[in-house]
Write a protein that binds this ligand. Structure first.
Ligand code: HMG
Ligand code: MG
Length: 323
């Protein structure tokens, strides 16, 4: 990546929708992904293979995945579709669909079909309480769970992303999460074979000084910026401030959600991710590039907010459309 290029991971269809109480029609989910694929964004989190009793909204992931493999949305460049897998069972469900459709993890595309890649994300947490709430196991157990997931993913050529949740604050243990603990877990995930780790401020409690401290701890642990992504929820309105800290430190991969959709079911009061429109606007304002169209993204943010009957949470999105 050129130093002025920032890769945006659009998490709206997964992180953004997973907490919506009302069941969202398949057509709306697919339409969201289809529209996002045309904005220039190159990674889209499309769903998660989790038990429906834990996250009912994601029960349609198998169907979405099948459609994305067999009839991917039109896009200019290769799009990586990413699925969250909490355990080996989740990955096995994905692999079964890949085997049945015969579409490999790296699908080159053709005249009628856009090129795609299939990726997974697995997740660990930086505090025991959140680990228990989100994955029903200890941190150590969650790391054990991850080993067979990575092993199977590698045999299928599936790129693996790791998440470390509650890196800058925990709903149960407060804001003072140990940066060295986050760095240890991040390093472990990379050693286990994750291709990239997204360090997540699940609760939005992160502040600029603590983000800086965390990034320094990650650096001290020998973690390269190229292996790192940052995932900011905007609960306290600090996501863009912390993004700037991350950019100054040299991180070039950031997660965001169109329209600022979302929240985490196990993090009470947490609001959505930083909106993709705000993130794109900020990065472009610094003279850096994302390849993402702010106008297109803003139209999608407005449309999906309307579909879900919620307020559009993106200031830059609303301002762009009002210009
Ligand atoms: P558990 O209940 O301990 O699992 O949950 P289990 O292994 O005991 O299985 C219980 C039942 O679920 C069994 O079925 C299994 O077959 C089934 P039963 O015998 O009762 O009929 N099952 C599955 N079904 C479908 N897909 C699967 C699967 N696994 C088991 N993959 C588990 C443990 C990890 C599964 C659960 O805790 C879980 O799904 N957790 C994930 C919750 C979640 O999705 N959280 C939100 C995503 S993470 C997030 O938002 C944070 C992030 O954005 C970063 C940040 O901001 O921090 C990424
Ligand atoms: Mg999240």
């Amino acid at each position: 990546l050129a130093s002025d290029h920032v890769r945006i991971v659009e998490v709206g269809p997964r992180d953004g929708l997973q907490n919506e109480k009302k069941s969202i029609p398949m057509d709306t989910k697919m339409e969201l992904i289809r529209r996002l694929a045309k904005t220039g964004v190159t990674t889209i989190e499309a769903g998660s293979f989790v038990p429906a009793k834990w996250v009912p909204q994601m029960a349609s992931t198998a169907e979405i995945c099948e459609q994305l493999l067999t009839a991917p949305p039109q896009s200019q460049s290769t799009i990586a579709y990413n699925y969250l897998v909490p355990n080996i069972k989740g990955l096995e469900s994905l692999v079964k669909i890949m085997d049945e459709t015969g579409v490999p993890a790296d699908s080159p595309g053709s005249e009628s079909k856009s090129a795609t890649t299939t990726e997974v994300s697995l997740f660990a947490a930086a505090t025991e309480s959140f680990s228990k709430a989100n994955t029903n196991c200890t941190i150590a157990e969650s790391l054990e769970r991850i080993k067979p997931i990575v092993a199977l993913a590698k045999t299928k050529n599936i790129r693996v992303r790791g998440y470390v949740s509650v890196a800058l604050g925990c709903p149960y243990e407060g804001p003072e999460v140990s940066p060295s603990k986050v760095a240890d877990i991040t390093a472990t995930l990379l050693e286990m074979g994750a291709d990239e780790v997204s360090v997540a401020d699940t609760t939005g409690m992160g502040t600029a000084p603590r983000t800086m401290e965390l990034l320094q701890a990650l650096k001290a642990a020998g973690i390269a910026n190229t292996d790192l992504a940052l995932h900011f929820h905007d609960t306290y309105g600090q996501a863009l401030v912390n993004t700037i800290v991350g950019l100054e430190h040299g991180v070039r991969i950031f997660d965001s959600s169109v329209g600022g959709l979302g929240g985490c079911p196990y993090s009470k009061g947490a609001t959505g991710n930083v909106s993709t429109e705000d993130l794109v606007h900020t990065i472009h304002s610094l003279g850096m590039h994302t390849g993402v169209s702010l106008e297109e993204m803003s139209r999608i943010g407005s449309w999906i907010s309307g579909e879900l009957g919620r307020v559009n949470d993106s200031r830059a999105g609303k301002a762009t459309l009002g210009r």
